[in-house]
Write a protein that binds this ligand. Sequence first.
Ligand code: FES
Ligand code: FES
Length: 231
Amino acid sequence: MVRTLKRSTAVSQIFAPVAGPGPVPVTLRVNGQVHRLGLEPRRSLLDALRLGLGLTGAKRVCNLGECGACTVLIDDEPIYSCLTLALECQGRAVTTIEGLAADGTLDPVQDAFVRCDAVQCGFCTPGQVLAAKALLDDHPNPTDEQIRRGMAGNLCRCGTYTHIVEAIRSLGDGRSGGRVGEAESGQGDQADAGPAARSLRRSCAREAADRRSPGPDLPPLTPASHLGGRR
Ligand code: FES
Ligand code: FES
């Protein structure tokens, strides 16, 4: 299941100096590389990745925490990068789909998606793969129920759910049981997603409502180069 970053309520942070509103230096570690950017504090991690670093694997679809196309890993936990401020990710390890294959060899999860034909248009696939990777880290031999719950935050408009479940199950040891057809219909069924997933939805919906507040489209990002660029 895709999560949002936990926010600290430490008093020292509540009264910390306000950053911005103009660009401030932000250092991100993405796929093992350190990048220095100049970002307005309101920038999402998704904007920083796509517009600041040119890493376009994470997709901006709903931008509201509802589809999972923007999923990346923060310290190996899946999060919606559209709902996460880039500033919050300093000092953490960010993994995007671009960081998964090593030396031209696909990650086993990517390989399973190809092998099981779990891709149609491919737009949701980067988020699906990263969510599946986190799920398999937690549950090396997931049941269909665990797959359903773990992937509940990632929607696929092409309806490849059956094959996605097959791909994830193929990476376990086959002991999980359950029928693919059950998992297929459960992907978008929040009533079946369990309290944790429903609570996540509510939390995301609240943040999404905040982000719907009126405002002009964001201007282009400040080029990274003036603060040192990539390293
Ligand atoms: S783009 Fe982030 S959840 Fe849809
Ligand atoms: S493969 Fe097209 S949206 Fe999932």
